[in-house]
Design a protein around this ligand. Sequence first.
Ligand code: GAR
Length: 200
Amino acid sequence: MTTHTTRIAVFCSGNGSTFKALFQAIRNKTLPAKIVLCLSNRARCGAMEFAQQNGITTLHITEKQFSSFEEFATAMVERLKEHKIDIILLAGYMRKVPDAVVAAFPERMLNIHPALLPKFGGEGMYGIHVHTAVLEASETETGATVHFVNEEYDKGKILLQRTVPVLPYDTPETLAARVLACEHALYPDALEKLLTLQRS
Ligand code: GAR
């Protein structure tokens, strides 16, 4: 019996360290999946460079390239269909995903968030802002969450979560680095869980 290799699109906006961790983990764990597309709102960023160096197709697509948000959303869905994408993984994608794309990938789009959702999520809670808020709230632990994406920002069903301690004298930057290391292990584990769920 031949098993279909799950075709993944990763959406990124920044350094792409999470994207790299996913790419390497798929190889190391020999998961039945392949990253076939790196989509970004930025033509040049760490993630896009890494994709180009590793023979992964890149797609730079932003709202500004279209005359309306609807056209942008339609084009994004079309491109994803052209590439026969099965799963979308958001990895530091700092734009809202159009509802039309969310609707086209029910239970097939994941996001990683650098906190223990439902705490410290929602509009404006991304990157370093999350860790600043965690420290301001005097939390003793934080963590990372992988969740399904729905139309509500950071509110989709949680797939996997892992905690990280907040240490005395942490700055937003030291905390961000500790959480990011956790994310790099958590996201591949969550992907593996999703693939198992889909195949059971
Ligand atoms: C990660 O910490 C990810 O959780 C966060 O951006 C970082 C991306 O780093 N995403 C969000 O805050 C989304 N709400 P990377 O570009 O090195 O992978």
